[in-house]
Design a protein around this ligand. Structure first.
Ligand code: IDP
Ligand code: MG
Length: 137
């Protein structure tokens, strides 16, 4: 069993598709081990996406991620990191495969509905960013 971090981003929360996105996870072998709704400050968002700090889209990304509420989850299952990335689809929804979360719920490359950890190592770091051990079951 592996764990990964998922974020339902502000665009998807505003659209009211939290339940539809969670359904994709639960129907595909990813159990919700922890979950909460919160709003990131700009400092939180900048810290979380620090690896992208030199990219041209960093400022817009921080603005967007702090623009509204997000739902943060720990997903658990076999190959959870890769499984979640498959269910999410490509970063740019225009390139995302049919039936993926981003193809179905995202509007643009920046407002792209979900975040998912990209490796086991980063999943551990990202889970610890949001959750205490006693919040994960
Ligand atoms: P990922 O979310 O699929 O892992 P990353 O390359 O890690 O994609 O980028 C993090 C986030 O930054 C993306 O989900 C998206 O919201 C935003 N982003 C990435 N590339 C671009 C871009 O070229 N323009 C605008 N936003 C971008
Ligand atoms: Mg990424």
């Amino acid at each position: 069993m592996q764990q990964t971090l998922s974020i339902i981003k502000p665009d998807a929360v505003k659209k009211g598709v939290i339940g539809k996105i969670i359904d994709r996870f639960e129907c595909n072998g990813l159990r919700i081990a922890a979950m909460k709704k919160l709003r990131l400050s700009k400092d939180d968002a900048a810290k979380f996406y620090e690896v992208h700090k030199d990219r041209p889209f960093f400022k817009d990304l921080v603005e967007f991620m702090s623009s509204g509420e997000v739902v943060v989850m720990v997903l658990e299952g076999e190959n959870a990191v890769v499984k979640n990335r498959e269910l999410m689809g490509a970063t740019n929804p225009k390139e995302a495969a049919a039936g993926t979360i981003r193809a179905d719920f995202a509007d643009s490359i920046d407002a792209n509905a979900v975040h998912g950890s990209d490796s086991d190592e980063n999943a551990k770091i990202e889970i610890a960013f949001f959750f205490a051990k006693r919040e994960i079951f």
